[in-house]
Design a protein around this ligand. Structure first.
Ligand code: GTP
Ligand code: MG
Length: 409
């Protein structure tokens, strides 16, 4: 049987041990080729250091980044149960951008907190983004337990602080695990130094995170990417974001809820009889004479939200602050329309989640806003928590992405 894939994002404050932790995970799960370990051992030996696990991660990152432009590094490791993809963003801003714009579609998260230093600004900022995205599968590791003598008291105090913050932003962690990434405590095997801890190891914990693929059984959402005229046929292509299609399906074409029927399903010129969630495919339709990019097919039982007024939460990531009513472009999936932020209901500090102002008129870099966006033409969206791919958008100013956001209503 083919193993399941699972994407995990590793976040945490600078120097709290993300790279070391990732290196340790790779090492303990035998996910690194032996020749690579030898090179790293040699380097550490020459430096007169013990094996430095952060080197493993950072070496892999360097190799991956050669020649290709990427914002996030993807690292792979394997347990008996799954193949994992680790998303490790190089910097804070990239992280925010990738998470909110959807470049990294994380299914679960591991937050690394230095038990000695406790919760820091970036710990909060990262957690805030996890909350904004409604990530449901999270664990927290309290790292560097060796520096606090594996103290249960310290563990409890930091656990309380971070758990309360999680709660305030509407998320929860399944487990809070005391570890030492350097020593290897509670990563792959249970540590004798924390007899007071009776939870799972990190590997057991991540293997227990759930995959949410309920979207495959949800109602059809087929955003239209392009329409081609080939041999007198009008072929409508796109990616099925939820649900599935089959020959003869009676659907709605939005906007306007026009009644259409699928005549043929075509993939690279071959005819097939059905297509599933996640597939990019082409169809020909009966009853759709003027179909175009940006429109969407749905089943007849439920339609996407069609509106010119979007309630959402955005993360402003551009140095220039935005003012209400300035013209921007709203981009969601295959749609792009002029828009403006009509109302900033709340202006929020992303590092503390503190409310800075109600009914604000501007939003500055790294600030979060609960906003109402007005578009020039109707757009088709979904609540982010229902269908993430259609509930996530970016705002552009002169073709630069200046904010990412999620639709909340
Ligand atoms: P950035 O990438 O700069 O954000 O840092 P990071 O979070 O990746 O931290 P990194 O893994 O580079 O570790 C920072 C420092 O903490 C290094 O000197 C590590 O050796 C040390 N460190 C990491 N984990 C542990 C641990 O469990 N115990 C101890 N004593 N030191 C650790
Ligand atoms: Mg690092």
């Amino acid at each position: 049987m083919e193993k399941e894939n699972f994407k995990i994002v590793i976040v945490g404050h600078v120097d709290h041990g993300k790279s070391t932790f990732i290196g340790r995970l790779l090492y303990d799960t035998d996910s690194i080729p032996p020749d690579k370990i030898e090179v790293i051992e040699q380097v550490c030996f020459e430096l007169g250091k013990p094996l430095e696990f952060a080197f493993i991660t950072d070496q892999i990152r360097e190799e991956r980044e050669k020649g290709i432009t990427i914002d996030t590094t993807q690292i792979f490791f394997y347990t008996d149960k799954r193949d994992y993809v680790i998303i490790d963003a190089p910097g804070h801003k990239e992280f925010m951008k990738n998470m909110i714009t959807g470049a990294s579609q994380a299914e679960g998260s591991v937050l690394v907190v230095d038990a000695n230093e406790g919760v820091k600004e970036q710990t909060r900022r990262h957690a805030y983004v996890l909350g904004l995205l409604g990530l449901r599968e999270n664990i927290i590791i309290l790292n560097k337990m060796d520096l606090v003598n594996y103290s249960e008291e310290t563990y409890n105090a930091v656990k309380k602080e971070i758990s309360e913050f999680y709660k305030s932003i509407g998320i929860a962690a399944t487990y809070v695990i005391p570890v030492s990434a350097v020593v290897g405590d509670n990563i792959a095997t249970k540590s004798e130094k924390t007899p007071w801890y009776d939870g799972p190891t990190v590997i057991e914990a991540i293997d227990s995170l759930k995959k949410h693929d309920d979207i495959e059984n949800a109602e059809l959402r087929f955003p239209i990417q392009d329409v081609y005229n080939i041999d007198g046929k009008k072929i409508v292509v796109g990616r099925i974001e939820s649900g599935q299609i089959k020959d003869g399906d009676q659907l709605f074409l939005h906007p306007g809820k026009r009644e259409v029927t699928i005549s043929e399903i075509l993939e690279f010129g071959h005819e097939k009889h059905s297509a599933d969630c996640g597939e990019s495919t082409g169809v020909t339709l009966q009853g759709a004479s003027d179909v175009k990019r940006g429109e969407m097919l749905s089943g007849r039982n439920s339609s996407p939200i069609e509106t010119t007024k979007i309630h959402g939460t955005i993360f402003w990531m551009f140095p220039m602050p935005i003012k209400v009513n300035q013209t921007l472009a709203f981009r969601c999936n295959t749609q792009e329309v002029p828009c403006r932020i009509a109302v900033i209901k709340k202006r929020i500090d992303s590092s503390t989640s503190a409310l800075l102002e109600e009914n604000a008129t501007t939003l500055g870099e790294t600030e979060v806003g609960e906003v109402i966006i007005e578009t020039d033409q109707p757009v088709l969206v979904e609540n982010f928590l229902d269908i993430p791919e259609l509930g996530r958008f970016v705002l552009e100013w002169r073709e630069i992405i200046v904010a990412g956001g999620v639709v909340t209503g």
